[in-house]
Design a protein around this ligand. Structure first.
Ligand SMILES: Nc1ncnc2c1ncn2[C@@H]1O[C@H](COP(=O)(O)OP(=O)(O)OP(=O)(O)O)[C@@H](O)[C@H]1O
Ligand SMILES: [Mg+2]
Length: 257
């Protein structure tokens, strides 16, 4: 049983006079086995939240805490965060030229487990997870994300999650750009991790489409750098119908006051 606790998190980007506060007091708790959906308008800071938890150097933490099972995540290096069981599937995954998917995954698994996975079981596991995600085995020899289509990148992110078995996974718009079949395949991958490793999921999305496959236990509305409302699944439908206008107006009122 793991718990990721984010308390009053403040994050800025930029230096000195150009510094701009993006996260303005985020509170969120994600436990093993729970799925939390975060929905909010463009530019509200959702990816910033994901990157800050993962330890991206561009983001400066100016206040608040993030802990995983009581351990201070913000004091950990990026590698230590991964070893502690945090995983981030990025909105825009980067290309890693010259590194094959198969080498990348094995290196990552070795770093996270502290020892190299046994070759025989590893090859079998990779094959079986790739087949579960309906990926062509030839992909294992391609360079990471190089020339991957949008959907292929997202499948590769979920393949990483399946093999690295994180305790808490942050999925930043894993559904964007997926066709209906890919959306189902990717969602089933996430659901397998919920079942076989009880992963806690923080799912950032713009659409309720993915929430038909991955049922969230909680939905959080994210506006202007913080969580402004929370509810169950039904909140996602309300947001899809009504948008964020009321929340955005409220948030401006509060900012003025
Ligand atoms: N490295 C950066 N330098 C300057 N501004 C940044 C940086 N990273 C994020 N921002 C700004 O922070 C704000 C929040 O960006 P973020 O990517 O977190 O939004 P988002 O909620 O993920 O949006 P979307 O739904 O479009 O993905 C935006 O105004 C963005 O321009
Ligand atoms: Mg984003």
């Amino acid at each position: 049983m793991s718990v990721l606790e984010i308390r009053d998190l403040h994050v800025s980007v930029g230096e000195g006079n150009d510094a701009k506060e993006i996260l303005r007091g985020v509170d969120l708790t994600v436990r093993s086995g729970e799925t939390h959906a975060i929905m909010g308008p463009n530019g509200s800071g959702k990816s910033t939240l994901a990157y800050s938890i993962a330890g991206h150097p561009k983001y400066t933490i100016t206040g608040g805490t993030v802990t995983l099972d009581g351990e201070d995540v913000l004091a950990m290096t990026v590698d230590e965060r991964a070893r502690a069981g945090l995983f981030l599937a990025m909105q825009y995954p980067v290309e890693v030229p010259g590194v094959s998917v198969s080498n990348f995954l094995r290196t990552a698994a070795t770093a996270i487990r502290g020892e190299a996975p046994k070759l025989r079981t590893w090859v079998k596991d990779v094959k079986s997870e790739m087949s579960g995600l309906e990926m062509d085995p030839a992909f294992a020899e391609r360079n990471v994300n190089e020339g991957f289509s949008g959907g292929e990148k997202k499948r590769h992110e979920i393949l990483q999650m399946r093999l690295l078995k994180p305790r808490i996974a942050i999925l930043d718009e894993t559904d964007s750009g997926l066709d209906v079949d890919a959306l189902r395949v990717v969602s089933e991958g996430v659901n397998r991790s919920r079942e076989d490793s009880d992963v806690g999921v923080l799912l950032i999305t713009h659409y309720t489409r993915i929430l038909r496959y991955i049922k969230p236990d909680f939905v959080h509305v994210f506006v202007n750098g913080k969580v402004v409302d929370e509810g169950g699944r039904e909140l996602a439908d309300k947001l899809e119908d009504e948008g964020y206008a009321a929340y955005v107006a409220d948030s401006k009122e509060t900012a003025k006051a």
